[in-house]
Design a protein around this ligand. Structure first.
Ligand code: C2O
Length: 355
């Protein structure tokens, strides 16, 4: 990633209906005149415990809603504002940046950059939210779509108003709004299958097993293909890893509104970050990396190539500092001071769901 505040152009790649685009294509971050520093991971005393979005305590839910509201209330030109956080995804995915030192456009999807980039993105997003409401152990929810009770879109995202106020978790450009209690389709390809709930649950568990075990048996099939500086797709187009191509993309498409010109919000890279559910979906995608690792099957190891370890991204942190972060520093989430709350016995329903 180059210096994102000086080398950046309007987004256009991957937006099929540019003329009617609902969200802006001006996705460059504000420039505060800061120079990029290598990020030093703070030595934390508090562990952030990410919680399943369908099972939040009143305090967890209240903090989360207040934090999102606070983010929406920031001046728009603050790099931590809701708008600027959404634009990060657009800029990194729809052609705003070039690979550092080249004129080749940078794309962090469909390759082995997918997991680490989104891990860092959600990491800073969570820290910003915690800082805004002054809760040092603030942790995001995750949309636990790998467990039957967690498969519908979490209820906290659905009501348009709560107590006469607009729900900051609500997004009007979302096809899933009308589907309280409906089970997500983790293999959604654009058409509703109208399966009975029980059958859809069973299919979803098969899909999780497919993404984590059957199709993700070695480093590159799980992470995605090698993507190194200077290589121009499509000469050597890398491939998406099993989770990225599978359940991850299916959820984007299922939530996005296909009646909008570009399937906004969740159905297109440039607009996905405008839906608060995006970060909660990606927390679970990030958790998939952890679960895959914890299976400890042969082949379940992160890439060790220098090209992967040294790849880096630039973000604004919660203090509006411009920082560069590396893949190698995000491999161990203990070092990043967060964890995922799991069921006490860590029994995963999909483990017995070999398709
Ligand atoms: Cu950057 Cu879920 O995509």
């Amino acid at each position: 990633t180059p210096d994102i505040t000086s080398i950046c152009k309007d987004a256009s790649a991957g937006i099929k209906n540019i003329k009617d685009a609902i969200r802006t294509r001006k996705c460059c971050p504000p420039s505060l005149g800061k120079t990029i520093k290598d990020y030093v991971i703070p030595a934390e005393t508090t562990l952030k415990k990410r919680w399943p979005a369908h099972k939040g305590t009143p305090k967890q839910i209240d903090d989360y809603i207040r934090a999102i509201q606070a983010m929406k209330d920031l001046p728009q030109d603050d790099p931590r504002s809701f708008l600027n956080q959404a634009k990060i995804h657009c800029a990194y995915c729809n052609g705003s940046y070039n690979q550092d030192g080249t004129d080749i456009s940078l794309q962090i999807h469909n390759s082995w950059l997918f997991f680490p980039f989104h891990r860092w993105y959600v990491y800073f997003y969570e820290r910003i939210l915690g800082k805004l409401i002054n809760v040092p152990d603030f942790a995001l929810p995750f949309w636990k779509w790998d467990e039957p009770d967690g498969m519908p879109i979490p209820e906290i995202f659905l009501p348009k108003d709560v107590n006469g106020k607009v729900n900051p978790l609500y997004d009007e450009f979302r096809d899933a709004n009308s589907v309280k209690d409906r089970i997500v389709d983790l293999d959604f390809g654009g058409k509703d299958k109208d399966r009975p709930a029980k059958q859809q649950i069973y299919c979803n568990l098969n899909t999780v097993y497919r993404d984590l075990v059957r199709n993700g048996g070695d480093t590159l099939s799980f992470f995605g293909g090698e993507y190194v500086a200077g290589v121009i797709p499509p000469d050597k187009t890398p491939s998406a890893g099993s989770v990225e191509a599978g359940s991850h993309t299916a959820v984007h498409r299922w939530v996005g509104d296909d009646k909008q010109p570009n399937d906004e919000d969740m159905g297109n890279f440039y607009s996905a970050g405008y839906d608060p559910i995006f970060y909660v979906h990606h927390a679970n995608v990030d958790r998939m990396w952890k679960l895959w690792k914890d299976l400890r099957l042969p082949g379940h190891v992160e890439p060790t190539d220098r090209d992967w370890l040294d790849a880096s991204y630039v973000f604004y942190d919660e203090n509006q500092e411009l920082v560069r972060v590396y893949n190698r520093d995000c491999v161990d989430i203990n070092k990043l001071s967060y964890k995922y709350i799991e069921n006490s016995k860590e029994v995963f329903p999909w483990r017995k769901s070999r398709p």
